[in-house]
Write a protein that binds this ligand. Structure first.
Ligand SMILES: Cc1cc2nc3c(=O)[nH]c(=O)nc-3n(C[C@H](O)[C@H](O)[C@H](O)COP(=O)(O)OP(=O)(O)OC[C@H]3O[C@@H](n4cnc5c(N)ncnc54)[C@H](O)[C@@H]3O)c2cc1C
Length: 438
């Protein structure tokens, strides 16, 4: 960026402060594509910050939860991507945002041992993009945080795998005739995909050495009267049939009021045995959003943005993906929407820095695809004439994987992206779908 101002180093009460023309916080599905896209377009004088050192594409978390080991899921170090594309990366967790003096604060970070502490850092920006994703709302239901697993991040996915892999054999060792019970709370795309994967993957060939594991029952509990709210009726009906065929039990109109160690209770007074409970009740804003006084949030705790993706209270602060919600037309909380928003900002941010007008973001829905494990993939895609076409089977599976490969191409470039694509094809053909320790 020829006209971008030089980075400023200044002493503050915290640490030497650096200022960047563009600071992006959160290197997930949207934030990382934005950082790489800007750098590839010649605007590499930017800083990407993430609380973790490596990137995993969030829609693959259910594979982590199903036991995919190191090497099977592409975990990419931010530092190596930063070096490849020429931008700066710092590991750190956002603690505060100041719109007034255009700075952010990163929380104190303890590395490895308590003896190595990175003090809080203050970083200046001309344009800030918040892309830190969201969380799963617990709706104040008693016991959720203590007893249910959530797939909000890699740690959550690994914790779920650990629970499954320890409790399944333990259940079997107890010589009980009762099947192992998994309750999935919520029937949005994540809940339905997870339920189908857990039910069908547990029968996969990779488990042959563990053939003495108990049978697994999976129940979806949904508070509304139907599953997959907001999804096309035709897709819903196909998914319902597939779930029935695979043996996933679906209970609608069941609002959960309490989660206990081995039981889930609903308002109707019914109880459901649950050796493992998975909480997948949609998306809310990040936990930290409410603590940041400079910005406005909606009732889901997401930062409110205008159609330009600028936050409602500051022109210099943009947000994309699950952490925000548009005041006009609401884009869904999907990787597809986050990626489109990143694409929009790759063009808009440099123009905004040059004081040029920027366009409103428009979400172009490319369809809905749901992967149901061994039960197949179903969904709709948009035709050239913008009508929905229902697809399933191999075509739907290819389209589903296509979204991930697009992400790889965007962050790795065409050559490396193609290598990863080939490796992924090979791994899909040869690798196990689910593993259990022991
Ligand atoms: C199991 C599962 C399956 C899914 N399947 C699909 C699918 O098939 N198709 C689809 O389109 N969508 C799917 N989604 C939804 C999709 O993953 C999200 O909508 C998408 O990842 C949102 O992108 P994002 O960039 O907003 O946030 P994320 O991808 O969540 O990235 C947020 C990043 O911010 C970092 N971060 C968080 N807090 C901080 C902090 N305080 N400071 C610094 N960094 C921070 C995180 O480490 C992370 O790297 C699925 C989600 C799940 C959980």
């Amino acid at each position: 960026m020829a006209s971008s101002p030089p980075r400023i180093q200044e002493r503050t009460g915290l640490q030497a402060m650096q200022t960047f023309p563009i600071v992006i916080v959160g290197g997930g599905a949207g934030g990382l594509e934005l950082a790489v896209g800007l750098a590839r377009n010649g605007h590499s004088d930017l800083l990407l910050i993430d609380r973790t050192p490596t990137h995993i594409w969030k829609p693959r978390l259910h594979e982590v939860a199903a036991g995919s080991g190191p090497g099977e899921i592409d975990e990419i170090a931010y530092a190596s991507l930063a070096e490849k594309w020429g931008f700066a990366f710092q590991q750190g967790s956002l603690a505060d945002v100041s719109a007034e003096d255009r700075t952010i604060t990163l929380a104190e970070m303890t590395q490895d041992t308590q003896s190595h502490v990175v003090p809080p850092r203050r970083i200046g920006y001309q344009a800030l993009v918040l892309a830190i994703g969201g969380g799963t709302p617990d709706f104040g239901v008693e016991g959720v945080r203590e007893h249910a697993a959530m797939l909000d991040d890699v740690e959550g996915a690994k914790a779920l795998f650990s629970r499954l892999s320890h409790r399944l054999p333990a259940h079997h060792a107890n010589n009980t005739d009762r099947p192992f019970q998994i309750v999935v709370a919520g029937s949005g795309a994540t809940g339905v995909e997870l339920a189908a994967h857990l039910k069908t993957d547990l029968r996969c060939a990779a488990l042959a050495p563990h053939s003495d594991l108990p049978p697994v029952d999976v129940t979806i509990l949904e508070g509304a009267d139907q599953i997959l709210g907001g999804v096309d009726d035709e897709v819903r009906s196909v998914v319902k049939d597939q779930l029935e065929t695979t043996g996933v039990r679906v209970e609608t109109g069941q609002q959960i009021c309490k989660v206990m160690a081995n039981v889930v209770e609903t308002r109707s007074g019914q109880t459901f045995k649950a050796d493992v409970t998975i909480w997948a009740t949609g998306t809310s804003g990040p936990a930290i959003a409410g603590d940041i006084a400079a910005l406005e949030t909606n009732r889901k705790g997401q930062w409110r943005v205008r159609p330009s993706l600028q936050t409602t209270r500051s022109d210099a602060i943009f947000a994309l993906g699950d952490c925000c919600s548009n005041t006009d037309a609401t884009a869904p909380t999907t990787a597809q929407a986050a990626s489109e928003q990143a694409e929009h900002l790759i063009d808009a941010l440099p123009r905004w820095l040059e004081n040029e007008p920027i366009d409103a973001f428009e979400f172009r829905n490319k369809g809905t695809l749901l992967s149901l494990g061994d039960a197949g993939t179903v969904g709709t895609v948009k035709s050239w004439f913008h009508t929905d076409i229902s697809i399933n089977g191999r075509l739907a599976h290819a389209a589903y994987r296509g979204l991930y490969h697009q992400h790889q191409f965007r962050i790795l470039g065409p050559l490396k992206g193609s290598e990863q694509f080939a490796a992924d094809l090979f791994e899909r053909a040869a690798g196990p779908r689910l593993k259990v320790y022991g």
